[in-house]
Unconditional design. Sequence first.
Length: 292
Amino acid sequence: MEPPQEPAAGTRRRRRRGGGKNRRKSSSSQQAPLTAAAPPPPSSPPAKRRRKAGADQVAAKPKMGNTASLLDKMRARLSGGHFRMLNEKLYTCSGQDAFDYFKDDPNLFDVYHSGYHEQMSHWPEQPVNVIISWLKSHNASWTVADFGCGNAAVAKNVKNKVFSIDLVSDDPSVIACDMAHTPLEPSSVDVAIFCLSLMGTNYPSYLEEANRVLKPSGWLVIAEVRSRLDPNTGGADPEKFSEGIIQLGYSLVLKDAKNKMFILFYFRKKEKSKVVKNIDWPQLKPCLYKRR
Ligand code: SAH
């Protein structure tokens, strides 16, 4: 009896004999692997010419390489376009709509994040790394909530306990939800982070949620794309944005605008604060990436 791996060799033997008659007689389940492994072209040249064609194929290899790189370029262009479409969607819909959208097709989240990381690779400095350094230079016993964590870089790089929150999760440590409504307890975290994640049209509701879960004297750290907060290019007035957060019950401790691509705000929640209702939040301009 033949060992279990042998049937493949048997298949090869049958294929070499390869008469049309045999093939016609075989069942469809036998035929499928034969067809998949060696599809005979409809006008197969005789053996001699086939060998010559093989030699030509070797000589033509650079052309195949060109085709492959052209295909790669086309694929990259398509996925770049797909990323820009998803990015625009996230900036122009509510958090709830974004949550429902990605829930229907979680693979889109991977498309979004590979495009996002490609874009970010062109930035001289990553805002998330600045925030990680800031956290490392403070208290490792602080509990952190990372709103819109992406690939959870914060949790992966600090000793603190971090609640990582995003729309989709294939990582059990990431809480998948619309961050306007998290399952975190009230007054339970020392630091709330929004690193390039105030994307939805209802972004003030994310800040209100952070306010609910932050302890008194807790830190609210926000990094945003510079152009979204640049009135000279149609962005919001950064003073008006800060003013909204101050009215929510915070003091602005530091505004770091030295980076070319992003602005960082470090707010601290007041011990006791009277929350102003109907805060006049500025609209944040969507951050649309250019085709490279
Ligand atoms: N903070 C990460 C990722 C930034 S990309 C980093 O700096 O690397 C912005 C992230 O915010 C995306 O992963 C997006 O899915 C998430 N996000 C946007 N709106 C959200 C919402 N309503 N609820 C949860 N996550 C949201």
